[in-house]
Design a binder for this molecule. Sequence first.
Ligand SMILES: O=C(O)C1=C[C@@H](OP(=O)(O)O)[C@@H](O)[C@H](O)C1
Ligand SMILES: C=C(OP(=O)(O)O)C(=O)O
Length: 450
Amino acid sequence: MSGHGDPIPMKSVACGPLTGTAEVPGDKSISHRSLILGAMCVGETTIEGLLEGQDVLDTAKAMRAFGAEVTNHGGGRWSVQGVGVGGFAEPDQVIDCGNSGTGVRLIMGSMATSPITATFTGDASLNGRPMARVTDPLALFGCQAVGRSGGRLPMTLVGAREPVPVRYTVPVPSAQVKSAVLLAGLNAPGQTVVIEAEATRDHTERMLAGFGAEISVEETEEGRVITLTGQPELTAQHIEVPRDPSSAAFPVCAALIVPGSDVLVPGIGLNPTRAGLFTMLREMGADLVYENEREEGGEPVADLRARFSPDLKGIEVPPERAASMIDEYPVLSVVASYASGQTVMRGVKELRVKESDRIDAMATGLRANGIEVEDGPDWWIVTGKGHGNVPGGATCASHLDHRIAMSFLILGMAAQNPVHVDDGGPIATSFPIFEPLMRDLGADVSREAG
Ligand SMILES: O=C(O)C1=C[C@@H](OP(=O)(O)O)[C@@H](O)[C@H](O)C1
Ligand SMILES: C=C(OP(=O)(O)O)C(=O)O
């Protein structure tokens, strides 16, 4: 979905206690991978609980363009009839990945070692994001890429005719880069090795093993060394997608700052490479409890119970925890605004190349709402006002970024004055039911006349 509809201005107003159960949608990362791996295996993969956000719908459409049969059976049940590793057809249309960095980067990896050509584009946000981080390692397999200056979309990839396996050390902490290389390695003969100095989300490794690939992970002094044997026959799977911890973050954080709240967020994936925010919140003094801890479909899962926490303390976020909570810094900065003292976030340069420059977007909007924020190239510090003292009252720009829009709407739920966002439209990319779900809990979130 390139481009974007008319802006949807929204506001949130301080509300009474948030109570009840928040059933957030399926995990975005696992949803993308289910469709892509489903398309790359032989047979029919069935998926339950797929996230039906626009990012994932765009990946579903892309997999159809590469020749897979993708069917929506309703109620979050989907199936993919795969074409096998190396079986992708050449798309006869431009692949539009909309707002999704994960979608475009993983799909580029999955086609890079097939003898086909594909052209990729996205919306204004995605077309501004760096792609060389993916096309550089894909070039080592023999894939050529031509795009706009600065390695930006739109971009055409000519897949390698005779791919060679690769040994690659990922230079930035990025699960998207790691995954693109592993997916490309699937159709290269021999062993592809990916080394990451810092552990990032490991869904691709787990799911590749689940689909029957030969893959091993070794912890060494260099970091995590992942070895994948190319040209396996992947076998179709049944996948139950756990609920998304990055979406759960919004009702959880709202409950912590709205007086009297008590919210249950069931069935949340708590893969340690994703759960950094919840650890942080507990260290800040949040009343956040894991109930009914269990394993589902190879991923740790629990029900999260979040209650109003009037005595939150600002703390320093360990930089080595950044990858496990990378998408949660915007909403963490909102909670930090209601804490006492400073929340210090370092080693977070990657936040500047997401759907927006998230440090800049949050710093600007928080300052406009009366919060003190300092920032530098790879750090920022939020000085909390303490509970009850957040002024609010400003209109914040969401910059085509779902997490920025949702974070400012959470800010407004306990502020002295309503908080407005110029465009809530992007929320549909990852959390299409955000508005009704938050309203059901008791939040006063609404759309405003444009
Ligand atoms: O692999 C993934 O599913 C994702 C990886 C992260 O991006 P980076 O790889 O750019 O850190 C994250 O921000 C994104 O929301 C999802
Ligand atoms: C960074 C994100 O997504 P993507 O990179 O897939 O656009 C996100 O969902 O916060």
